[in-house]
Write a protein that binds this ligand. Structure first.
Ligand code: BGC
Length: 547
């Protein structure tokens, strides 16, 4: 059964914690996180105040792409436990009122998946071969870009068994499914049903823009893809009301918004372009990048919601910025070329902020107060570091740091046995950065994060409210209101490393009293003259505009 509570729009008020089973806690001492370990840490997740957990793929897989290369859609990778362990975890999460979001990797499988094995051995014109996209040449669909450009030179790979090329948008070990074959859609729906029947509350649709290929296009966001999404959504609405589809479409706002359809495709979708602009606004000490991208973002249907994030398990993607801005981001946040990968930056939040907690808090202020459902990446709530000397994106996927003991309390195994080494950088190593230390300090980042989450949870306006920029007369300061029903929240944030003064145009709120949300202190009543505020370096305020 899915979790209690029948609010079908729960995803609008959610705060999501993203983690990987393998990275969180090792319950059996083999050096790899598992469901037993994760279950033992659910109290921690609950105490953080988040309302949902999103788990990266935990299915059987050769792990060439950390599990996004699935070899069996219905099972659990034995490293992480059994299906029963997953179900126990789900029950425990639900018992705590936490919803669970899992991955539905719809675009591709592993080349080890039985569907691919069957396809390559089946005759060329058979429906089984047709589960994937084949060609005799590499000339087809030349308009499609290469996504993993540091690793792949073509979207086609030769299969000697089939004697043909197959199409892949990611690693060549991840052949793309062929949605022109109706059997594929049926098989994907059956997989979706399996997990929804078990009781998961939401499914993240991985790499959803690339389902179809059509000559003469860039093979992204095609109408046929949206048609499939409408079918998946109709199926959910009919059979599993209250569950959620979260679309991963790394696209410009006008294309991303299409993934909501008319409120009949994904319930929620990531807003990718806003993310790099938060970093740009901070380093340029200028609100324009954030304001501009939100102005370019079309309104979304009433029942839909953006999902926003600061960091995740992938590189900080710079696909949705101009070439000039990409170079600026690299020059600013990834001076060392080794920190760059594909079109992005493989670093965590704290190192990106030079471990400046005022900046980390300011970024979290945006995460928790801009329109959308916030997603917190495990470890960022304690300011974990990264290790970009590790291959691929592994440097941001290292073991969670629970305490100062061996393996940071993540595992009792021989340190050499861990799936990845614990961070050992002097500034971020386990003795300095860990949950236990921060739990004992009311001024830690962890304590602050819990507090900020708690404050957010008291006001539906953060999840559901309108967004209106308030003129501040100072480009270093971003001010906006979030209003829902009769509640308005005012956010004022100083992007600069120097103190700033602003005169806010609050004429729409004359007579109301701004009550600061962390301390509950009343500030002077808003009159008909501009509202003057002073802010310290990287300081921000959240006000409830009362009355
Ligand atoms: C995931 C990546 C993955 C890719 C291919 C994504 O967008 O977030 O981690 O490598 O899909 O599955």
């Amino acid at each position: 059964m899915s979790t209690a509570g029948n609010d079908s729009l729960w995803y609008k008020d959610a705060i999501i914690y993203q983690t990987h089973v393998r990275a969180f806690c090792d319950g059996n001492g083999d050096g790899i996180g598992d469901f037993r370990g994760l279950m033992s840490k659910l109290d921690y997740v609950q105490a953080l105040g988040v309302t949902a957990i999103w788990l990266l793929p935990f299915y059987p897989s050769p792990l060439k792409d950390d599990g996004y290369d699935i070899a069996d859609y219905s099972g659990v990778h034995p490293m992480y436990g059994t299906l029963q362990d997953f179900m126990d975890f789900l029950d425990e999460a639900h018992r705590r009122g936490l919803r669970v979001i899992t991955e539905l990797v719809v675009n591709h499988t592993s080349d080890q998946h039985p569907w691919f094995q069957r396809a390559r051995h089946s005759p060329p014109d058979s429906e089984w071969r047709d589960f994937y996209v084949w060609s005799d040449t590499v000339d087809r669909y030349s308009g499609a870009r290469i996504i993993f450009k540091d690793f792949e030179i073509s979207n086609w790979a030769w299969d000697p068994i089939a004697g043909a090329y197959y199409w892949h948008r990611f690693y060549s070990s991840q052949p793309d499914l062929n949605y022109d074959n109706p059997l594929v859609k049926q098989a994907v729906i059956a997989t979706m049903d399996d997990w929804l029947d078990l009781g998961v509350d939401g499914l993240r649709l991985d790499a959803v823009p690339y389902l179809y290929e059509r000559e003469g296009t860039n093979c992204e966001n095609l109408p046929e893809t949206h048609q499939v999404l409408k079918e998946l959504r109709a199926h959910i609405d009919q059979r599993y009301p209250g569950r959620m589809l979260l679309g991963e479409a790394n696209q410009w706002p006008q294309d991303a918004v299409a993934y909501f359809g008319e409120g009949d495709e994904c319930h929620a979708a990531f807003h990718f372009p806003v993310m790099p602009r938060l970093y740009m606004a901070l380093s340029k000490e200028d609100r324009s990048p954030i304001v501009d991208i939100l102005r370019q973002t079309p309104p979304i249907p009433e029942n839909s919601q953006w999902a926003i994030f600061l960091r995740n398990h992938d590189e900080l993607t710079l696909e949705m910025v101009t070439e000039e801005d990409r170079q600026y981001m690299w020059d600013t946040y990834a001076k060392d070329a080794r920190a760059r990968i594909n079109l992005g930056i493989r670093r965590r939040l704290a190192p990106l902020m030079n471990n400046d907690w005022r900046k980390i808090e300011l970024m979290n202020c945006f995460l928790l107060s801009l329109p959308g459902t916030p997603i917190i990446y495990y470890g960022d709530e304690i300011g974990m570091g990264d290790n970009y000397y590790l291959a691929d994106r592994n440097g941001v996927r290292t073991p969670m740091q629970w305490n100062a003991e061996r393996n940071a309390g993540f595992s009792s195994a021989n340190p050499q046995q861990l799936y990845l080494p614990v961070i050992s950088d002097p500034e971020y190593r386990r003795e300095t950065v860990n949950v236990e230390v921060q739990q004992g300090n009311p001024h830690s980042l962890l304590a602050w994060t819990r507090r900020a989450i708690m404050v957010r949870q008291q006001h539906k306006a953060f999840g559901r409210g309108t967004f209106t920029v308030v003129e501040s007369g100072n480009r270093h300061v971003l001010a906006y209101t979030r209003c829902h029903a009769d509640n308005c929240i005012l956010v004022v944030a100083n992007l600069s490393q120097a103190a700033q003064c602003v005169d806010l145009d609050l004429s729409a709120f004359t007579g109301s009293t701004p009550v600061e949300l962390f301390g509950r202190n009343a500030f002077p009543v808003v009159s008909d003259t501009p509202y003057r505020l002073a802010l310290g370096a990287h300081e921000f305020f959240w006000f409830d505009l009362v009355g």
